[in-house]
Design a protein around this ligand. Structure first.
Ligand SMILES: Nc1nc2c(ncn2[C@@H]2O[C@H](COP(=O)(O)OP(=O)(O)OP(=O)(O)O)[C@@H](O)[C@H]2O)c(=O)[nH]1
Ligand SMILES: Nc1nc2c(ncn2[C@@H]2O[C@H](COP(=O)(O)OP(=O)(O)OP(=O)(O)O)[C@@H](O)[C@H]2O)c(=O)[nH]1
Ligand SMILES: [Mg+2]
Ligand SMILES: [Mg+2]
Lengths: 291, 277
């Protein structure tokens, strides 16, 4: 672990007087390597290391009796600062709400729509899931199966080609049926696909969801800065949900997404089952990223 | 005459950044940087020249024969497709079957994902589009029995290729890796050297975790190659470099879109050039 790495890097210096700047830089090299190994994007690591280096070369680490722990403390603090506050509730405005989920192909949007539906249902709200992915084979069917498992209504239209129309019709129906929250499942798309990003902007503009959330795969590597940046630029995200964190991926992409969008992390997906949704706890993720 | 730059630490840091951003990992990027520092120290070169050196060795490392999958002369060639959730397995199977059908081969598909919502429906739509047979089991059926049924059907109908889909799973899910191992063994009982190919489907947006995926899936199901998907995006997929170095697992095909003809045979030259674009 990084903690052990720093401890052994500085161990040989004990008793030889105080640490030098070059000793600290060796420790900083280990920190940088750890972050890159954890899949934090290169430019984000650079920015992060600037802040850490400034603090690390100060009195606190240089003159400490336990420099490796002090350096670890600096890194930990900077990371918690970047990750932002944890959540212990999901804030919806009073009355009727529309949530829209978007992201790259296969990131876990459809499943997460189901999980959010269950979460709201457990909070005694009436959700409706909307099958606005009109492109992937059996995407509509997938959402219907999920809705049926949860006893949550699913709105879909058989032969529509326009996701805007489907969403608008869904919302109209939801209001008639006293639904509290409408959750829009959109098709996965590449951030560099101009036509599909334009389509998403159209949905956002015409449907005006109260919250737009980016669903990011927990094993995403360096590309996280590119895709998150592009989606945020197109839609002004309200939140991020990171999925598939039940595996052994370090999840460094979370730091990249935070750095490039500044948007809060609302939830973490921790399994395929519809109850596998957790609030974001920064301490847990910091420890995971730092290994 | 173009002016080069002195190979100093700043120059090598720029190179390191380019390499890391491909997702090859800090370790391999460092190894390359250190070796170039040793071989080129104090010389004046263009960044292009240095990258050219790196390109060449990566092209050689990642080289693959022209025909990634050789069909066997007797009986169906059985291909098992595995990988983590959402990586592109089902869609890649659609592409592979279309590719074989375009070559006049007879294909049978096995809908081995008996777990995920509408997984069988999804593959069935692709089978209908390609015009090939598909073997399904009841919902929640043992995937090994579906695999068995698909291979049996392929033998019985003298199909050339049998491709078996499996549910997405994480390499850390021990019971699910056990299940994959069982599917592999069941197929092997029907046709001695089958499955002839076990393709690990890797998402090009994946970072270093792909290495853990390669290890886990290879241990469970003896992978023979990789299908690297979503290369039509901005992700580079450079993690296949350490995977090739550590497991000698080659990339056989790349996915470049969501349609059933968006599959290309892996060409190491083009792939490596794209890494540095
Ligand atoms: N292990 C695990 N699997 C997940 C998680 N979230 C989603 N999945 C799985 O990931 C795969 C993809 O999920 P989908 O919900 O279909 O993803 P999507 O973003 O809607 O995909 P597209 O619509 O094709 O872009 C499925 O196998 C899901 O069961 C998670 O938190 N953990
Ligand atoms: N752009 C792009 N999208 C792809 C590619 N391959 C697959 N996809 C998309 O990725 C998403 C997931 O593909 P699937 O084939 O369902 O993935 P899977 O591995 O079978 O998923 P699970 O069975 O849920 O684990 C779908 O939206 C596909 O259209 C590719 O090469 N390029
Ligand atoms: Mg979906
Ligand atoms: Mg599938």
């Amino acid at each position: 672990s990084l903690q052990d790495g720093l401890a052994s890097a500085f161990k040989s210096l004990r008793g030889k007087g105080k640490l030098t700047e070059s000793n600290i830089r060796e420790g900083l090299g280990l920190v940088e390597q750890t972050l890159l190994d954890a899949d934090v994007s290169f430019s984000v690591v650079q920015e992060f290391m600037k802040k850490v280096t400034e603090k690390a070369l100060g009195q606190r680490v240089l003159l400490a009796l336990n420099p490796s722990e002090q350096l670890m403390g600096v890194v930990h603090e900077e990371m918690l600062e970047l990750l932002g506050k944890g959540e212990d509730s999901f804030d919806l405005k009073k009355g009727f709400n529309v949530l829209m989920l978007c992201g790259l192909q296969g990131s876990g949007k459809t499943t997460t729509c189901g999980k959010l539906g269950k979460y709201l249902q457990d909070k005694k709200l009436k959700p409706m899931l909307v099958a606005a992915d009109l492109q992937r084979p059996a995407a509509i069917e997938q959402l219907h199966v999920i809705g049926k498992q949860l006893g949550i209504p699913v709105y879909s239209e058989g032969d529509h080609k326009d996701p805007v129309k489907v969403c608008q019709n869904a919302i109209a129906k939801a209001k008639q049926e006293e639904i509290d929250v409408v959750i829009l499942d959109t098709a996965g798309r590449l951030a560099i696909d101009e036509e599909l990003m334009q389509q998403l902007k159209e949905v956002d503009r015409k449907v005006m969801p109260d919250q737009v959330m980016l669903v990011v795969d927990g094993m995403t590597g360096q590309d996280a800065v590119n895709s998150a940046g592009a989606f945020n630029k197109a839609l002004e995200l309200n939140g991020v949900i990171m999925t598939k964190l039940d595996g052994d991926s370090r999840g460094g992409a979370l730091l990249s997404v935070r750095h490039v969008t500044g948007v809060p992390i609302k939830f973490l997906g921790t399994g395929e089952h519809l109850n596998s949704l957790e609030y974001f706890r920064p301490e847990g993720m910091a420890g995971r990223i730092l290994g | 005459k173009k002016e080069g730059r002195l190979i100093d630490d700043e120059f090598l840091s720029e190179l390191f950044a380019i390499l890391v951003k491909t997702d090859m990992g800090a370790g391999p990027a460092n190894t390359i940087r250190n070796r170039l520092r040793k071989d080129f120290r104090g010389r004046v070169v263009e960044m292009e020249e240095l990258l050219g050196v790196v390109r060449e060795e990566l092209k050689i490392l990642l080289e693959q024969p022209e025909t990634p999958i050789e069909l066997v002369s007797e009986g169906p060639t059985v291909i098992l497709v595995v990988g983590v959730n959402g990586s592109g397995k089902t869609t890649s199977i659609a592409k592979l079957s279309q590719m074989f059908i375009d070559r006049g081969k007879k294909v049978v598909l096995g809908a081995g994902d008996t777990f995920r919502a509408a997984a069988v429906e999804q593959l069935t739509i692709w089978a209908d589009r390609a015009g090939c047979d598909i073997v399904k089991g009841k919902e929640g059926a043992d995937p090994a029995s579906v695999a068995y049924g698909a291979v049996a059907k392929a033998i019985e109908t003298e199909a050339d290729v049998c491709i078996i889909d499996t549910a997405g799973r994480l390499q850390t899910q021990t019971n699910l890796m056990e299940e994959l191992n069982k599917i592999h063994r069941v197929i092997g009982k029907q046709i001695e050297v089958a499955p002839h190919e076990v393709l690990l489907v890797l998402d090009a947006t994946a970072g270093q975790n792909a290495i853990s995926q390669a290890k886990g899936f290879s241990d469970a199901a003896e992978c023979t190659g990789i299908v690297l998907t979503k290369l039509d995006g901005s992700a580079k997929g450079g993690v296949v470099v350490p995977i090739r170095q550590q497991f000698n697992l080659p990339v056989k095909y790349i996915g470049v879109g969501e349609g059933n003809r968006d599959l290309l045979v892996f060409q190491s030259n083009e792939f490596v050039d794209a890494l540095f674009e």
